[in-house]
Each structure stands twice: as structure tokens, then as C-alpha cells.
Design a protein around this ligand. Structure first.
Ligand SMILES: [Zn+2]
Length: 189
């Protein structure tokens, strides 16, 4: 995002893990983040994300089933995006304005389908932060003002014995150490 503010944006994707310790920590810290949710990964547990939404964090669109959109024709891409718009509106009472294509794969058909589903902007990322033992690899990234950070509700098998809470804390510490604050993406877009 173009900005001179010394801020970065935290986006958390998929919705595979529903870790109560992570939710508790984010409730305490009040660090803003945006959730890009995929229906098939959230499953029947939208309640977990509703709790995070009540803290003021927006829920955004990451398709119904996380397919590679560039393999699909317009109608199927539209069904993936509009279907999740409807689902999220039903659960959270508001329609997402932002969309992130699974794994960042998109084409001009994707952008047209997203716009037709009422999406204002398709959002990618600059830093993809992964777990690295009990830490994150955030220290390997040199952050710049306006960077969008891609992070995930990492399931246990991706954490390699670490806790999501600790990996997140490590990421937040790295952001602070590099002199940045976390701002809310929807305030800038
Ligand atoms: Zn994803």
C-alpha cells in the first residue's frame, strides 16, 4: 500500500486452525489484522472467527474451496468468489470488500469476476511469513512502509511443534524491532 506512515498490515489467511490461545492473545494485544477466509478450511467453526471479528477485525474473501483460479473459466471463478461473499455476509452480517486469490494465482478473468461479486480490491502481499521452529522467518524480511504481510492460521502440522501464539508474538516483535506499527488495512484501502 502506498503510504509514508511507518506501518505494515497483517493479513491472516485460510482459517484452518482455531487455536483458543491465539484468539486470547489477539484479544489482549488488540493488534489489528484482516482475515481472508476460505469456507472449506473454516468448516463449521465460524464462531471462532466471529470472536476475532467482534474485536474490530474485518473478514475478507479467500474463495469457497481454495482452488487454483487460473485453471477455471469465468463462471467457476465467479462461483468461488460470489459464493464466499454470500457465505461471509450471512455469517458476519457484512459483505467483504477485499479479495485474495488462493496462492496469489489470478488472471484478468479473476479480476472481472471479483469486481462482478462486489469486490473493491484484489489484495496480494509483499512478505510471506512462515513458522520457523518456535519463531517466524519474519527476521529474514526487511519491511517497508505499507507492506502487506501474509500470515496464516497455521494448523499444528505446519508449526513443527511450535505454538501459533509464539510464532505470532515473534512476528510482532520483529515488526516493532524494525520500527513499524501494525495498522488496519481497511483504513488504507
Ligand atoms: Zn490460502
Amino acid at each position: 500500500m502506498p503510504t509514508r506512515d511507518k506501518v505494515v498490515f497483517l493479513t491472516i489467511d485460510d482459517g484452518a486452525a482455531k487455536d483458543p490461545a491465539f484468539a486470547k492473545m489477539m484479544s489482549t494485544l488488540r493488534v489489528p489484522f484482516s482475515m481472508f477466509l476460505t469456507d472449506s478450511m473454516v468448516g463449521d467453526d465460524y464462531g471462532y472467527f466471529a470472536r476475532l471479528h467482534r474485536l474490530g477485525n474485518k473478514v475478507q474473501n479467500h474463495t469457497l474451496t481454495h482452488k487454483r483460479l487460473t485453471d477455471l473459466p469465468y463462471a467457476a471463478q465467479r462461483a468461488e468468489i460470489c459464493g464466499q461473499q454470500d457465505r461471509l455476509q450471512k455469517v458476519f452480517g457484512e459483505r467483504p470488500t477485499l479479495f485474495r486469490p488462493p496462492r496469489g494465482h489470478y488472471n484478468s478473468t479473476t479480476l472481472r469476476a471479483a469486481a462482478d461479486c462486489g469486490i473493491r480490491a484484489t489484495v496480494l502481499w509483499r512478505a510471506n511469513v512462515q513458522p520457523k521452529g518456535p519463531h517466524s522467518d519474519a527476521r529474514d524480511h526487511t519491511l517497508r512502509p505499507g507492506d502487506i504481510i501474509l500470515f496464516h492460521f497455521f494448523p499444528q502440522q505446519r508449526l513443527d511443534g511450535a505454538e501459533l501464539r509464539d510464532v505470532t508474538q515473534d512476528l510482532l516483535r520483529t515488526i516493532t524491532d524494525q520500527g513499524f506499527a501494525v495498522a488496519r488495512l481497511e483504513d488504507y484501502i
